[in-house]
Design a protein around this ligand. Sequence first.
Ligand code: FES
Length: 122
Amino acid sequence: MKTQKGWTVTFQPGGRGAVVKHGTSLLEASRKAGVALTTRCGGKAGCLMCKVKVEDDCAAALKPPEDAEQRKLGSLLEEGVRLACQAAVWNDVTVHLPEDPLKAAVRRRLEAAKRGEEDELW
Ligand code: FES
């Protein structure tokens, strides 16, 4: 819900959020929320390190992607992936952050171990 101060952006997992002005980028919102999004290009759609995912029902909460973002993401846009540095907030939105690669590797190995596949992974 838009407050007098702006739109609410919620980051998952964790549920951290921030209220931002209309048109604020998700990257700026993440910094305001204290959520770490690593970047290398300074927010110029160059590094693709700021990829986030929005759910279908939240797609209209962001400014539609412009040419640079469309070129960089291609068909990923159809899966709800956006570049946080390019996506401007136009409404309340929930954003899913990618899982940390190290944590993802550990999680996959633990899941494989539960299935009895640990020899194949180590
Ligand atoms: S910060 Fe590099 S692509 Fe978004």
